[in-house]
Design a binder for this molecule. Structure first.
Ligand code: ADP
Length: 486
């Protein structure tokens, strides 16, 4: 991997604790593998729980100083960090593809997307506005000030090894918090490379630590039990989110949770079918179906069902499955064999209950990589597993529906409420459906909704809080009301 990089020093394999690069105090390391080739690309330090606690303790000291800086001063450092990420976009993309699998163009896209949060929140650091409120008595004045929460700890997944961290670190650091990050052990290299660049950008020692531990539960416990940590921010499954919220309850810790989704993608009969097909492909198969906003259930209205299925099949058939580092690859590998098994289980369950496979079928490719070609099934029904459970892989199930009321009920029939999508032209239908969908995000005539400018987040069991936009800062700030008698 080093030989592919213009700047090999971006490939860091030690833990980044309060500005220092260190081995594990137990000497432990673990291998990181390339999901396309199965080979080990790096041996990474596995810090102990004591080192997690050390990072938190140092963060507490550094945070006080950092919070005293002006917003403009913090903005300048964050801006340099953003510039460095963009300067090294190619290398960061290569590292990301090597450990995560997504095609290089998509990986570079993630680097730009991830960096955009640092850019945006650098700007927002200057705009942490408070409020004055007319007093309730003649001699009283009311002020509201916004202050950083303190030390924030994050746990993030492997599907966006860069952006899931920057979406949290950007607002946290801009607000004046210190940030202790625990990336997924499947993709620690992208996180550590961010540490290398943060260091070069001049982020003060202690403000950022990156702990690539394999012991996720122990790290989660340390984050929740350590009284210094005042904020936990998590992206991952709803199940682990529930565990962390329970643990965080003992300290009444503030939590932001970006959890699972089960996104409906609805195609009405007045939709532009070609655009709907293009949107469905982007939305369903981006990162090979491994995003929490990927379409999980595709509902197509009766009159256009067969035409949509045929067009989708014709388009997906042309896509190439392969190593993300090779040119011409549309779909990379899945992250591991467990991910493949889950998609296969959903396909087997659906066919046993009467669905018809019109493309693919769930046979993994032979060889060292975790490759599973895309599958499309028709005749999907609500008793099939994917109707309630996120597939997180390249399976597109097509459900047939008759009218608006029916599809809204079906679309909302889930414990999740992250992203939803629909294609329609009729204006009153667009309004009605956008209002009726019980989701934090609605894409209308588009399959791609992610941007640092908008508040990203879910309702119901998809989570708490928002990432991106000015609202993203709120998750890292406390409100203080000052009552002044004059
Ligand atoms: P995914 O299916 O996306 O991997 P998970 O919720 O399993 O979703 O994992 C998200 C992140 O949470 C990963 O970094 C994982 O290592 C971590 N994790 C898993 N279990 C726990 C736990 N009990 N406590 C803290 N973190 C955990």
């Amino acid at each position: 991997l080093k030989s592919l990089l213009k700047d090999p020093s971006l490939l860091a394999t030690q833990a980044y604790i309060a500005g220092d690069w260190v081995d594990s105090d137990t000497g432990a390391t673990y291998p990181v593998t390339n999901p396309a080739r199965g080979d080990v690309i790096a041996e990474v330090a596995d810090p102990s729980r004591a080192q997690v606690a050390e990072a938190i303790a140092k963060a507490e000291v550094a945070q006080k100083e950092w919070a005293s800086w002006t917003g403009k001063e913090r903005a300048a450092v964050l801006r340099r960090w953003f510039d460095l990420m963009m300067e090294h976009q190619d290398d960061l993309g290569t590292i990301l593809t090597a450990e995560q699998g997504k095609p290089l163009a998509e990986a570079k896209g993630e680097i730009a997307y991830g960096a955009s949060f640092i850019e945006f929140f650098a700007e927002e650091a200057k705009r942490v506005y408070g409020e004055t409120i007319p007093g309730h008595q003649r001699d009283k004045r009311i002020m509201v000030m916004k202050q950083p929460i303190g030390v924030a700890a994050s746990i993030t997944p492997w599907n966006f090894p860069n952006a899931m961290i920057t979406r949290k670190a950007g607002p946290a650091l801009a607000a004046g918090c210190a940030f202790v990050a625990r990336p997924s052990e499947l993709t620690p290299l992208s996180a550590l490379a961010l540490g290398v660049l943060a260091d070069r950008a001049g982020l003060p020692k202690g403000i950022l630590s990156i702990l690539p531990t394999t012991d996720a539960p122990g790290t989660g416990q340390e984050f929740c039990e350590n009284p210094i940590v005042r904020k936990l921010t998590f992206t991952g499954s709803t199940n682990v989110g529930r565990i962390l919220m329970r643990q965080a309850a003992d300290q009444v810790m503030k939590c932001s949770m970006e959890l699972g989704g089960n996104a409906p993608f609805i195609v009405f009969d007045d939709a532009d079918l070609d655009e709907a097909v293009a949107g469905a492909i982007m939305c369903k198969f981006r990162n090979n179906g491994q995003t929490c906003v990927c379409a999980n259930r595709i509902y197509v209205q009766d009159g256009v069902y067969d035409a949509f299925a045929a067009k989708l099949k014709a388009a997906v058939e042309k896509m190439t499955v392969g190593d993300g580092l090779e040119a011409g690859t549309d779909f990379g590998p899945l992250i591991n064999d467990k991910a493949i098994a889950k998609v296969q289980e959903h396909i087997a369950d659906a066919t046993a209950k009467g669905a018809e496979v019109i493309l693919g079928g769930g046979e993994a490719l032979q060889g060292a990589g975790h490759f599973l070609p895309p599958t499309i099934v028709t005749g999907a029904t609500k008793d099939m597993q994917f109707a309630t459970d996120e597939t997180f892989g390249p399976l597109a199930p097509l459900f047939r529906f008759k009218d608006e009321d029916e599809v809204i009920e079906l679309a909302n029939d889930t414990i999740f409420g992250l992203a939803s999508y629909f294609y329609a032209k009729d204006l009153s239908r667009v309004y009605k459906v956008a209002e009726a969908l019980e989701y934090g995000i609605v894409g209308v005539n588009t399959g791609i909704i992610s941007t640092e400018l908008a508040p990203f987040g879910g309702v119901k069991q998809s989570g708490l809080g928002r990432e991106g936009s000015r609202h993203g800062m709120e998750d890292y700030m406390e409100m203080k009301y000052v009552c002044l008698s004059i």
